[in-house]
Design a protein around this ligand. Sequence first.
Ligand SMILES: NC(=O)c1ccc[n+]([C@@H]2O[C@H](COP(=O)([O-])OP(=O)(O)OC[C@H]3O[C@@H](n4cnc5c(N)ncnc54)[C@H](OP(=O)(O)O)[C@@H]3O)[C@@H](O)[C@H]2O)c1
Length: 356
Amino acid sequence: MDGRPRMGIIGVGWGARVQIPAFRAAGWDIVAICGRTPEKVQRIAAEHSIPHAFTDYRLLINLPQVDLVSIVTPPAWHKEMALAALAAGKHVLCEKPTALNAQEAREMWQAALVSDRIALIDHELRFLPTRRRMWEMIREGYLGTLYTVTYTYRSSFRRNPNRPWTWWSDAAQGGGILGALGSHMVDALRWWFGEITEVCGHLVTFIPERQDPKTGEKRPVTADDYAAFLARFGHDGYAEVSITAMALDTGQRVVAYGSEGVLILDEEERLWGTRYDERGPMHDFTVSNRHPAHPAGLPDTPFPMATVHLADALARALQGDDHALAGAATFEDGLHNQEVLDAIRQSHMTRQWQTV
Ligand SMILES: NC(=O)c1ccc[n+]([C@@H]2O[C@H](COP(=O)([O-])OP(=O)(O)OC[C@H]3O[C@@H](n4cnc5c(N)ncnc54)[C@H](OP(=O)(O)O)[C@@H]3O)[C@@H](O)[C@H]2O)c1
């Protein structure tokens, strides 16, 4: 394509806070945004000098100036919006979790297969240079055969009982920590170590009711704020994963033990490793995760940093670089991630191991 790539964003939560500055910094024109609340979407469009502000996503999707549609709405909308955007001939970046269930994710994947458009799930952490280094080291055999990997995620964002009831509290709308952060963790595990074939999972809701700001009434919370699962890979390695939104914001930690060595991705996204036949301290394999175009004001935390890298890769892909999106999470990955999430939920219900 000639000129700058052009984007429309549906959803102005994360879509406005992170994607507008990150994609602009990477050379994108943001030509339209869409939300449900007219005053809010108009205010955000005015603040960012975005020419079109819609409350009907179809208008954004059908705007000829939009090359790529970013779907940053609650998961219950992902399938409908992704199918419509692909049918309108747009490239699509869709938020995680892919959809409400694998059935929906499969329809999205099938629609992507028959289109010639880019169709990605926003698992942006795959674009962090240190995580890519880890992927390469695993491929090069640094760990040998994987025995176990432990992946933990500690955050505080559901601990306050006064946080209002939103879609996030509602399992039927795709809320909960397993979908929100667990989807990223499943994606990372599959990307680094291969397909997951069996899981045994447990989900907990610690705060059973929250106040609905619309009615002032308490509503039941049906979505999880803690999730833990064991996973077995096809090659017989195992993962132990736990995710909580009821802790302190200490972040993510991955520790992988193989037959030849260990790799640790710590809470600061630094990569450490040693082989068992070595003496001395661990080696530091960290690569700078900050993109040169990272804009002032956008936090230096993993997800925003990764979003700038992804935005840059997507821009290069639209400008004809065939390798720019190597290693991105496709709709096929989105389907497989969703199959794992569904199996974890099923395992929680049946209290048994579940085949993926
Ligand atoms: N990849 C990441 O790192 C990352 C980070 C955060 C969130 N996410 C994902 O992004 C998605 C949204 O999360 P969020 O935290 O941004 O939620 P949020 O703050 O609740 O924002 C959701 C946005 O979607 C809009 N919306 C909802 N239904 C719509 C519809 N039918 N048509 C048009 N707009 C609609 C809402 O409009 P109103 O403003 O008018 O209500 C709101 O602007 C989720 O899938 C979440 O998992 C991903």
